[in-house]
Ligand binder design. Structure first.
Ligand SMILES: Cc1cc2nc3c(=O)[nH]c(=O)nc-3n(C[C@H](O)[C@H](O)[C@H](O)COP(=O)(O)OP(=O)(O)OC[C@H]3O[C@@H](n4cnc5c(N)ncnc54)[C@H](O)[C@@H]3O)c2cc1C
Length: 412
């Protein structure tokens, strides 16, 4: 999709807006879109890098699932999946429908004997929430996915509806483009500081020298949100955790292949169309490895430092053990991006920043923010417009001070 959004340089003097959104990733753009389409509010979005080189929204694996451990996340996924199905129509501009490329193929969670009780517990919660998640004993698993080795697998769950993957960067750009078409203004600047004014109102200082005034401000700055909230004396428990994604080709067609999660934590899924020789392209990822003398999963590891040994030494053997056809795979490329990890409870932080009126936060999605962006943007726009949004009440930031985490156990 051609990028037709004009991102203006900051004008001299003071920019005023009904709502200022800091950060134009998928969360900022979704909020801007829903404010415009649902409430007639044309926000101004301030983004420090309109090429989104390091933004999580440009580096996402863009998959969506119902198989969470917390009901709030399942509900957000249900809402977002419905939106994604209609996104090409809802986000079309001038008859040009964006290619969201939603594939509904499910997630397949594999459990060893050690993980069986946890899988059973989560399956019970998911079914109680109305998710169509099927329980597969090893024989049923082998029958449905004959290309998969069931060695060491005690049971699995597979999402028959409402799970799969899509083109996340295309969704991000489509929200941005539609928001711009609805009157949202995009400005290229980095916000360095925020200051509350009587009113209530907010004064923001841009690194360009421009100043911004607005009665309401939304902070959607991703993995480094604490840099801004810290200036107000409210650090948030959000850290930038590098995650590598590997792209490989396999000379085999795995019929009906879902997004598979191995008990080892390794995940893989198909990407794109079948290849001319009958093979398939895949993405895979896994948690970083711990190396002697080095901190485990450090904050802010440089994105260019892809751990290729992680693929050769850990991922490939595990892939080949689970799918014999992966023995002959060819690694094509790799990239890395930051999970905006909420170290308090691995769940989104959505709502007003405690102690600060009309300053709203959307952060800490811990690797599941792309799929939830439509639902979060919709809910946050309602809050900013003075309407209730009970669907995100559980994600309010007050839970940190109260020490009441709602821990999401399924962080991939
Ligand atoms: C490797 C990887 C795989 C992932 N896989 C999935 C997945 O399968 N499914 C899923 O749902 N999610 C996934 N995610 C997570 C998802 O991509 C993120 O949750 C989501 O993109 C977060 O969006 P955001 O808008 O909050 O942050 P970002 O996309 O990081 O956007 C924040 C923006 O704020 C800007 N900014 C920051 N500070 C300032 C400032 N001071 N002034 C102005 N602008 C500023 C940044 O430049 C950036 O563009 C994955 C993430 C990664 C890295």
């Amino acid at each position: 999709m051609r990028d037709s959004v004009q991102t203006a340089s900051p004008p001299a003097g003071t920019v005023t807006a009904p709502v200022l959104i800091v950060g134009g990733g998928v969360m900022g753009c979704a909020t801007a879109y829903f404010l415009a389409v649902g409430h007639g509010i044309a926000a101004t979005v301030v983004e420090r890098d309109p090429t989104y080189t390091q933004a999580s929204s440009a580096l996402s694996a863009s998959s969506i699932r119902q198989q969470f451990s917390t009901p709030v996340n399942m509900a957000l996924s249900r809402w977002s999946f419905d939106f994604l199905q209609r996104a090409p129509e809802l986000l079309a501009v001038g008859g040009d429908a964006p290619p969201i490329s939603l594939v509904e193929r499910g997630y397949l969670y594999l459990a060893s004997a050690n993980g069986l009780t946890a899988l059973q517990d989560q399956h019970r919660v998911q079914c109680a929430q109305g998710a169509d998640i099927r329980w597969l004993a090893p024989a049923a698993l082998a029958a449905q996915f004959p290309w998969l080795s069931t060695e060491g697998i005690a049971a699995a769950t597979w999402g028959a509806h409402g799970e799969g993957w899509f083109d996340g960067p295309a969704l991000h750009q489509a929200l941005r483009r539609k928001a711009a078409a609805l009157g949202v203004r995009f400005v290229h600047d980095e916000i360095a500081a925020l200051q509350p004014l009587p009113g209530p109102a907010w004064h923001l200082q841009g690194r360009s020298g421009a100043r911004y005034h607005a009665p309401q401000v939304v902070l959607a700055t991703g993995a480094h949100i604490s840099r801004l909230t810290h200036t107000l004396g409210v650090p948030l428990p959000v850290s930038a955790k590098k995650r590598d994604v590997f792209v490989f080709d396999a000379p085999a067609w795995l019929d009906g292949c879902p997004l598979v999660i191995d008990p080892s934590g390794l995940w893989f899924r198909p990407e794109g169309q079948p290849q001319p020789g009958g093979g398939q392209r895949f993405l895979c990822g896994l948690p970083p490895r711990t190396r002697p003398g080095q901190p485990a999963d450090p904050d802010d590891a440089p994105l260019h430092a892809i751990d290729h040994g992680l693929f050769d030494d850990v991922a490939w053997p595990a892939l080949a053990a689970r799918v014999p056809a992966f023995e002959a795979l060819r690694l094509r490329s790799a990239w890395a991006g930051y999970y905006e990890m909420n170290t308090f409870d691995h769940n989104g932080l959505v709502g007003p920043l405690p102690g600060h009126e009309h300053l709203w936060v959307a952060a800490g999605f811990s690797g599941h923010g792309m799929q939830h962006a439509p639902a979060i943007g919709h809910a946050l726009a309602r809050l900013v417009a003075g309407q209730p949004a009970p669907e995100v009440a559980a994600l309010a930031l007050e839970r940190i001070a109260r020490n009441e985490p709602i821990v999401e156990k399924n962080v991939i």
